[in-house]
Design a protein around this ligand. Structure first.
Ligand code: B16
Ligand code: MG
Length: 227
């Protein structure tokens, strides 16, 4: 029933969400816009410019397109500087073991990230070779909640979306998975990810067989309701 797994990067494989937040917070302080960690939830999974537009909407000023481009560049420079310290030690708990288990079960593995820095992050944490297919913010026109990044990944793997599981930490990423017809696993709190087929607090102690049986019961329950 599971041919492939497509992983989001930031907040699923590695905790770069913290570095994104620190760079946006620095920009918000510079622009005198109030910005909290709770505000940052809405930025998870969306593109850099969409994130900036959201941040600006929390303040009172408007900015020209040229200013917005400059702000995105500044934020990205701070973000890229901060991630250079990362290494394989930053891979989230349980992820490496889970990826190995997928390979042992001949389940294909792809990356579906909104980030234009995804390939650099994979290099830093030494995980590039694990992914058969990598689709990131440089490869798509529409960012999450549009399913393009995951649909492209499934197509490149040669797998039907209904037989692929998307692992995501953002509400908009789960929206993308649902609208693309994928099975979905939310990584993080139920309150943000309750629309996923199932949620996990982390990959620690979870096995491929756990995921299979939990998704199977959701799929069966859904088809019973539909019939
Ligand atoms: P960049 P993901 C997303 O990555 C992040 O969650 C989101 O916070 C960020 O704005 C977006 O990438 C774009 O990142 O500025 O590096 O291109 O979660 O889809 O892996
Ligand atoms: Mg994410």
């Amino acid at each position: 029933m599971i041919d492939a797994c497509i992983f989001d990067l930031d907040g699923v494989i590695v905790d770069t969400a913290r570095y994104h937040y620190m760079a946006w917070k620095r920009l918000a302080d510079h622009l005198e816009i109030p910005f909290s960690e709770e505000d940052n939830e809405a930025l998870k999974g969306i593109s850099r410019m969409a994130s900036l537009e959201h941040l600006i909407s929390l303040g009172e000023k408007t900015y020209s397109d040229i200013d917005k481009q400059k702000f995105c560049l500044t934020k990205n420079t701070w973000y890229v500087e901060s991630i250079e310290e990362m290494s394989s030690e930053n891979i989230l708990p349980g992820v490496t073991r889970f990826l190995n288990e997928l390979r042992e079960n001949n389940i294909k593995i792809a990356l579906g990230s909104a980030s234009k820095n995804a390939r650099r992050v994979l290099e830093l944490i030494d995980l590039t070779s694990v992914f058969e297919v990598i689709v990131d913010g440089n490869d798509v026109i529409n960012s999450k909640p549009d399913p393009e990044v995951f649909l492209k990944g499934a197509q490149m793997l040669g797998c039907a979306p209904s037989r692929c599981v998307v692992f995501e930490d953002s509400a908009k990423g789960i929206d993308a998975a649902v609208s693309g017809g994928f099975m979905s696993v939310g990584i993080g709190p139920e309150q943000h990810l309750g629309h996923a087929d199932m949620t996990l607090s982390s990959f620690e102690e979870v096995t491929v067989s756990d995921i299979r049986s939990r998704l199977q019961s959701v799929t069966q329950a859904t088809s019973t309701v539909a019939s």
